[in-house]
Write a new protein. Structure first.
Length: 295
């Protein structure tokens, strides 16, 4: 059944690819920082509410800070570093991230990997995040998890404000299991990520990683269902994720302003009338990009 098109405010802009060279951008003579700057302007004007500042190096954070709209209209989410060097280092890096981003405080900081919470410094890191929240550096704290991390268990044990998890029309495990609904009932705000499953839905059959050949027939069927529904993979993936009532925010990563404009156009369209249940994959290898992304 079709529903009204979700507002752009449910979209979050992922920045993990900011600062990286994009071949199509390079051909047009556009630098990574120019792409980031234009993307931020486009996102702010469109009403995108969340900026997921998961950048991989300090220079990219500084570039975000230089180009952040002023006044800043985004709810900014930062990520922790690995806690191997202890909670003091985690806090120092969190404060340094705020400085590079040109912010005195941010909406949230998330533990970058759920596994970090169970290492030797995990408990101390979580206590330090709660301390920074009490000090007003971050309004909320949370964790980024995989489906295999038992996110419901994480929600019960740590009581985070936010949990970021992967879910897509191809990966519906946390929906089918009821995990998203249960986390929401516990008062956790849910953010969906990996809604394109590393671009798997967009890859032509001859470019599917070798490790996923077992799922290629299913993928072809999903593409056929989308085409027969007079839609395209981008619109279908966005329509599925944005229609999930359990989710407050859907994080979408882009590498260029052109990609962001395509996402916004697709998100503004009425969601396609498709049988979502019929498109879920059950291939465990295909559903875990850690096992195939480098294949």
């Amino acid at each position: 059944m079709q529903t009204a098109s979700p507002a752009p405010s449910k979209l979050g802009l992922g920045t993990a690819q900011f600062g990286l060279d994009n071949p199509s951008s390079s051909q047009r003579g556009r630098s990574p920082e120019k792409e980031a700057a234009d993307s931020l302007v486009i996102a702010a004007r469109a009403g995108v509410a969340v900026l997921d500042a998961a950048v991989s190096f300090a220079g990219a954070e500084a570039a975000l800070g230089r180009n952040m709209p002023r006044p800043n209209s985004f709810r900014v989410i930062a990520k922790t570093v690995r806690p191997d060097k202890g909670p003091d280092f985690v806090e120092a890096e969190a404060r340094a991230s705020l400085t590079r981003l040109g912010l005195q405080s941010a909406d949230a900081i998330l533990v970058q990997s759920a596994g970090d919470l169970f290492g030797p410094h995990g408990a101390a890191m979580w206590d330090r995040l709660k301390k920074m929240k009490d000090e007003g550096l971050f309004a909320r704290i949370g964790v980024s998890a995989f489906a295999s991390d038992d996110p419901v268990g994480l929600a019960r044990r740590f009581k985070p404000d936010i949990i970021q998890v992967p879910a897509s029309l191809l990966d519906q495990r946390l929906i089918v299991s009821g995990a998203l609904t249960e986390m929401r009932s516990l008062g956790v705000e849910i953010h969906l990520r990996s809604i394109f499953l590393q671009g798997l839905l967009f890859l032509p059959p001859d470019r599917v990683p070798a490790a996923l050949k077992g799922a290629s027939g299913r993928l072809s069927r999903v593409r056929r269902i989308i085409a027969e529904g007079r839609s395209d993979p981008l619109q279908a993936a966005l329509g599925f994720a944005l229609s999930r009532q359990e989710a407050a925010t859907v994080i979408v990563g882009v590498a260029s302003a052109a990609e962001l404009q395509a996402v916004l156009a697709a998100a503004a369209s009425p969601p396609p009338d498709l049988d979502w249940d019929d498109m879920a994959l059950d291939d465990e290898t295909a559903l875990d990009p850690r096992s195939w992304v480098a294949a």
